[in-house]
Ligand binder design. Sequence first.
Ligand code: ACO
Length: 323
Amino acid sequence: MPIRSRIVGCGAYLPSRVVSNDELATRVDTSDEWIQQRTGIRQRHMAADGEKTSDLALAAGRAALANAGMKPEELDLIVLATTTPDNTFPATATKVQAALGMTGGAAFDVQAVCAGFIFALSVADNFLRVGQARTALVIGAETFTRLLDWKDRGTCVLFGDGAGAVVLKADPDATPQSRGILSSHLHTDGRTYDLLYVDGGPSTTGTTGHVRMDGQGVFRHAVGKLAAAVDEALAANGIKPEEIDWLVPHQANQRIIDGMAKKLGMGPAKVVSTVARHANTSAASIPLALAEAAGDGRLQPGQIVLLEGIGGGLAWGSCLVRW
Ligand code: ACO
């Protein structure tokens, strides 16, 4: 019997400080109207001074474990997607591992920026499928606002901080109809590196750097590449677009989300959107949205849930789940 990874718990954490567009407009030459019209964003959460990515990740991880009814000792693996690690090394995941009191197994970070959660979920799923782990905590966590150049109004209004997590458990006796991750599909194209990057790093400037983005360039690639990755997921599972119960996309921009929903023929009632309240939290956006929709009862067992995301690299991908 093939092994399937089932999502048995979800958790989320958002820093308590909320910054509205209007508050931002007191420091940046922008307006609530411009931001809402272009992106759908109304506010974002921002980590407090001294609050690190590992703190956010730990809170979301603990919430996911509690939701799963599991203890940290039961975990074989932590995969943490982040682009804002506490330190250049070691992996932020190891800090979370220690704080959880998990002494066995392995914990490491995955870097695929806004597609990070899809990549991390896929990596953990593969560990479970081949039997190298039976349980995994997959986290997307970011203090993304620390990378922003507050003088660049084209980027600094778009992002927020937060963390989301899921717990995976291997189902060793899966049938085709079993719940769990059906497939994931990952892509990168390094030729588009310069569309979205950070202009620093240990081996370039020795500083952390700031986000630089060709917004229209990213936009031009987004819907087409995401649609192709979604088509791939549907074809791999013999599923038609009308059979998808929920679209849980990366939350970068409401216009990209609407573009994808339109391509799939899905109305807004079937799309989980948190971008208005969270802004773009990079690797955290999908698990934050999942935790919200699972928590309020929108996601029901057996439903088909489509995850997709794109970000710097460019890196993009999709994942189809029977919830
Ligand atoms: N407030 C007010 N005016 C602004 C702001 C702002 N925050 N930012 C830019 N402007 C101005 C520009 O200066 C420009 O003014 P000008 O015409 O006088 O020169 C005008 O608005 C238009 O600027 P553009 O950059 O052309 O704005 P655009 O319509 O492309 O919208 C945006 C920018 C929202 C970034 C858009 O390109 C976009 O959504 N791109 C997708 C990229 C994305 O979502 N990235 C997130 C990270 S990647 C990911 O997660 C997928």
